[in-house]
Design a binder for this molecule. Structure first.
Ligand SMILES: [Fe+2]
Length: 301
């Protein structure tokens, strides 16, 4: 991997995953009861830590990032700001919307390679890897306490495991980039399996967080879960799976987008926090972007 690829891949990972990690910390924070005040505080600290990484990455990425990434809607969607404002209003979480405004101003451009930029990225990667490790342990700790019935939170245990798995994926990808390792074909395949499973679980969470009266939406969410399940169990031929995964995820992304807008406009009954609706939408956009890249045989991951 050359220096340009190293910078590109590092920035792409930060812009997508730092926000994901910061939002996981918000979802954890919101789900604790008064009894777990310490956990609330720790989750809030993680939110700040990953907000800072994201903020640094945005500064480094401006005029240094491809248009492909900016137009994928995986960093920020047209609804992210509104979802944050509504989430702040509903929960008093104090999400920093300035970061989002800064992301919306990001401009693409060819990397201006300098030793300074390389050093900054290397330091950011190293610091982030340390923080992800701690966040993985924190999520693991919460999951174990919930599974041993020592802790109550309003997050499903599967959701806690799900966000831990995303943190592990981020750690693995970023450490590979930090070692400047090339991405092999088997790694692409692993990525595809991973995100198909994440999409399946999103369909299951959405199904379970909708109000029982939203019968049609529950049926549709359930259908997506079944379809991802079938893609996962028949994924022998890489090429046909990529097309199937892509078509399925474009449909699922449209469902998530309609769902988010229904939630923002108070037209859907659920216990889905607006920012969670935007978060799962961005993950679908990310998966669509990487599937398109696999198809075009470039930037293997
Ligand atoms: Fe996530």
């Amino acid at each position: 991997m050359n220096n340009i690829e190293y910078i590109n891949l590092s920035l792409e990972l930060h812009l997508f995953f730092d926000r994901i990690m910061k939002e996981h910390s918000i979802f954890l924070q919101l789900a604790f009861t008064e009894k777990e005040k310490n956990f609330k505080t720790i989750a809030n600290n993680f939110q700040n830590v990953f907000s800072n990484f994201l903020n640094t990455a945005i500064t480094l990425a401006n005029n240094n990032i491809s248009n492909n990434i900016l137009s994928s809607n995986e960093i920020v969607t047209k609804n992210t700001l509104e979802a944050e404002i509504k989430t702040n209003f509903l929960t008093k979480t104090n999400i920093n919307t300035k970061i989002t405004e800064k992301e919306l101003m990001l401009r693409s451009g060819n990397i201006n390679l300098s030793q300074q930029l390389l050093n900054n990225i290397e330091i950011l990667n190293q610091q982030t890897l340390e923080a992800i490790k701690q966040l993985i342990d924190f999520k693991e700790d919460i999951l174990n306490s919930v599974l041993e019935c020592k802790m109550y939170t309003t997050n499903y245990p599967l959701l806690i495991a799900h966000i831990r798995n995303e943190a592990i994926m981020y750690y693995n990808l970023l450490s590979k980039v930090q070692r400047k390792e090339e991405f092999t074909k088997s790694y692409i395949y692993e990525q595809e399996q991973f995100w198909n499973n994440i999409m399946k679980e999103h369909a299951e969470f959405i199904r379970g967080l909708l109000d029982p009266s939203e019968k049609q939406l529950i049926i549709t969410a359930d259908k997506f879960a079944d379809e991802y399940e079938s893609i996962l169990s028949n994924s022998n031929n890489l090429e046909t799976t990529i097309n199937k995964s892509l078509n399925e995820t474009i449909n699922f992304r449209n469902f998530k987008l309609a769902g988010e807008e229904g939630i923002l406009n108070c037209k859907i009954r659920s216990i889905i926090i607006p920012l969670l609706a935007d978060h799962v939408l961005r993950e679908a956009n990310h998966f669509i972007r990487i599937l398109n890249e696999f198809k075009e045989q470039r930037n293997y991951f």
